[in-house]
Design a protein around this ligand. Structure first.
Ligand SMILES: Nc1nc2c(ncn2[C@@H]2O[C@H](COP(=O)(O)O[C@H]3[C@@H](O)[C@H](n4cnc5c(=O)[nH]c(N)nc54)O[C@@H]3COP(=O)(O)O)[C@@H](O)[C@H]2O)c(=O)[nH]1
Length: 712
């Protein structure tokens, strides 16, 4: 460009005046212009950018080598052609843009994408510059383009990668205050890809609960000149909430002023949902959606820590449903599940504020109560919990009555640790069960003592049989029409060497838990059959029928049929002299093995009686499925018969039903003549109770039966 131009003068060396000077200027300009042209040409032919010139009809008048290379056509073939003549659809719009630029005289930017000969997508970013002639009118349009195909491909790959990672990015330039969001971020936020929000537009999308926190974190980062920040927040997008994780880098100038911030935003909604699910699986019971034992322990730990600060007591209540197993076994596991869900719902309605309810497992629930003052009556609170869950449940179109047993312990009075509190509430609950269920028991050290005593008793019971500490007593059963003794219930007694008489209500459950009931039961059968044989062989008329209680475990744990047959044979007792008393619970299990055993026993001539009838479940179908001969009306109804209309009605209904089904009846626990009169009036066949005599030894039974002998 800096070529030296020669200076012009006349031959004699004098300047040739204005004309010559003008001529010299022209020549100089021509030289300069030629130099400019050469320079422009060198530039145009060597630049990697594409340069083309179009006339006002969009016909190409010039194309540089870079242009020819990009379109893959020799430059000479490109001249005189319009873009639309290439046959490439996108060129039509481009040609229109060229004509527009020629018309308006305004330079414009144009991004042109098309598929090249090799099948690759080519993108060129073109600046259209209208060129004017001497008269100021547009004579051509210069198109200077840059091949940005690679940049575009990289941008597309980045976009794909962002979409796959559910990750978007943004850039905030603080000086002009411009905020740019990546296409994926716009898509994530359900906005058009060229969305250009302000900072406050973005903030307003944040969930209310997060907005203040995010703003505070941003302000804090700014005041501390932090260069890196991580945030988590939720935004509302199209009616749903997205959980976003954001990392950002912040740049400052030397004076600490904000320059720019660059951030990534990742949609972690699925991850969060998965984490929530994992948390739910680890800490919540899937069936009832209540906290599980783990979470219960954690909450109890928190409650204890809080109680250490506030001085308030923490109360733990453990609830176990009464006879849940029977509902489960009778109506199926679906019904059991429904019952547990409904119980959970009732308990949830009961607790308030910070109090918690959890399902510890099976049919066992637990509550943490933290608002109870020391002066409050805990038994009363416990009763209200029971009230909340007790009653009729509608399960699978059936009505089931459900109650529960509740044990309560408290901190600091009873214990300070989670394990102790739970263990004590649990043993109080077992105590409530042993007390006839459907009641509340508060823990007291006496309970621990009792449980130790039970364990000691269990050890002594193992030796009781061999040591001759067990005896069988007989309670007479009276025919209400004749007043004669027609049978007797064999009731076991344990005369402990240290404790004296131990109640069967205490030792029978221990015998059942330990399995000792099988050998003890066999001994009882043996004794009872021996007694029946001795008594009846003396030719008494009618022969006495001895009723023996059978535990469900005797059905499960040995060959009951073989054992009964062997005993009858050994004692020479007639099967008709024996009645076996079973409970409804055994039948509700609906076991085929139990049914078969009962069928065979009945076929031998042994009577089968249902003990405590009326206290169980209203599933009476078993009365026709099993060979039942006798119903024993529970003594609780007889006790109430005169004061409680429901009990009286129930007894009348049982009597009427027994008549219809041709079942015989024995009313248990008759203590008053008036009760006897009631039973007679409604047609009950026979009775048993203290009115006729308590259970007495075999020796005393003779005396007792004489009292009920018919007049000679
Ligand atoms: N598996 C076995 N269970 C047995 C055996 N022996 C007894 N038992 C069960 O123990 C429970 C308590 O029995 P017990 O303390 O002997 O009480 C019985 C009667 O004494 C009592 N009863 C009888 N008449 C009256 C009365 O008028 N009033 C009143 N308050 N109580 C009375 O009832 C008990 C008999 O109940 P039941 O068996 O339901 O007919 C008890 O459940 C026994 O079954 C055994 O050998 N094996």
């Amino acid at each position: 460009m800096n070529e030296e131009l020669p200076s012009l003068s006349l031959d004699d060396g004098t300047p040739c005046g204005e004309q010559a000077a003008s001529c010299a200027r022209l020549v100089r300009e021509a030289f300069e212009s030629a130099a400019d042209f050469r320079a422009f040409r060198a530039l145009a032919e060597n630049t990697p950018d594409t340069i083309a010139r179009y006339d006002c009809q969009a016909q190409r008048t010039y194309a540089n080598p870079a242009f020819a290379r990009m379109v893959g056509v020799p430059a000479a073939e490109l001249l005189g052609k319009k873009p639309s003549q290439s046959g490439i659809p996108q060129m039509l719009a481009y040609e229109a843009a060229l004509l527009d630029a020629a018309r308006s005289g305004q330079p414009t930017e144009y991004e042109l994408s098309w598929t090249g000969a090799g099948g690759h997508l080519i993108t060129s970013q073109i600046r259209l510059v209208p060129e004017c002639g001497a008269d100021g009118g547009v004579i051509s349009v210069l198109a200077v383009g840059r091949d940005i195909s690679e940049f575009k491909a990289t941008e597309r790959h980045l976009e794909q990668a962002e979409a796959m990672a559910r990750l978007g990015h943004w850039q905030l330039d603080y000086r002009p205050g411009s905020l740019r969001l990546s296409a994926q971020l716009c898509r994530m936020l359900d906005k058009p890809r060229d969305w250009a929000p302000t900072q406050s537009d973005l903030l307003s999308m944040l969930a209310l609960k997060d907005r203040r926190r995010v703003l505070e974190r941003l302000c804090q980062a700014r005041s501390e000149r932090s260069t890196f920040l991580t945030l988590e927040y939720c935004v509302a997008v199209g009616g749903r909430s997205l959980h976003l994780h954001s990392d950002m880098n912040i740049e400052y100038d030397a004076d600490g002023r904000l320059l720019q911030a660059l951030g990534t935003v990742q949609d972690v909604s699925e991850l969060k949902a998965y984490q929530r699910r994992l948390h739910a699986l680890a800490f919540y019971d899937a069936l009832t959606e209540l906290p599980n034992r783990e979470l219960f322990r954690e909450r109890l730990q928190q409650a204890l820590a809080e109680s250490g600060r506030s001085g308030r007591q923490v109360v733990v209540a453990v609830l176990d449903l009464d006879n849940f197993k029977v509902v489960n076994d009778t109506f199926g596991h679906g019904a059991g599940d429904e019952l547990l869900r409904e119980t959970a719902a009732r308990l949830r309605r009961f607790v308030c504020g910070n109090d918690s309810v959890a399902r510890l497992g099976g049919d066992e629930f637990a509550l943490i109560l933290t608002k109870l003052t020391d002066t409050m009556d805990l038994e009363d609170v416990g009763k209200r919990i029971l009230q909340a869950i007790t009653g009729i449940y509608r399960i699978q179109e059936r009505e089931v009555f459900v109650s529960g047993s509740l044990g309560i312990s408290r901190s600091p009075t009873d214990a300070h640790t989670i394990s102790e509190l739970l263990q004590y509430a649990d043993s109080a609950m077992y105590h409530a069960k042993a007390h006839g269920r459907n009641n509340v028991q508060l823990y007291s050290p006496r309970l621990t003592q009792r449980s130790t005593e039970r364990q000691t008793l269990a050890v002594s019971l193992r030796h009781a049989l061999h040591n001759g500490e067990l005896a069988l007593h007989y309670q007479p059963q009276i025919d209400l029409a004749s007043g004669r003794v027609i049978g007797a219930e064999a009731l076991l007694r344990w005369n402990h060497p240290e404790h004296g008489q131990v109640s069967p209500d205490t030792f029978i459950p221990i015998a059942e838990e330990t399995g000792l009931i099988v050998s003890i039961g066999e001994w009882v059968l043996n004794q009872a059959c021996r007694f029946a044989a001795t008594w009846n062989r003396e030719g008494r008329c009618p022969p006495l029928k001895i009723a023996v209680n059978l535990s469900p475990r005797q059905f499960q744990m040995n060959d009951l049929l073989a054992s009964v047959q062997a005993i009858l044979q050994k004692t020479r007792c007639e099967p008709g002299w024996l009645a076996l008393e079973i409970t409804e619970g055994l039948l509700l299990e609906n076991s085929e093995a139990v049914r078969e055993t009962l069928e065979q026993l009945s076929a031998m001539g042994i009577s089968i009686a249902i003990d405590d009838f009326g206290t169980g479940y209203s599933a009476l179908g078993y009365l026709s499925r099993f060979p039942i001969e006798t119903l024993k009306i529970d003594r609780s109804f007889i006790h109430d018969i005169e004061h409680n209309r429901d009990s009286a009605e129930l007894v009348k209904a049982i009597i009427s039903m027994a008549h219809s089904l041709r079942l015989s009846l024995i009313a248990e626990g008759v203590e008053e003549v008036s009760q006897q009169a009631f039973l007679q009036r409604y047609g009950c066949h026979s009775a048993q109770g203290w009115l006729y005599g308590k259970a007495v030894s075999q020796e005393d039974f003779g005396q007792l039966s004489l009292l009920h002998a018919p007049e000679p």
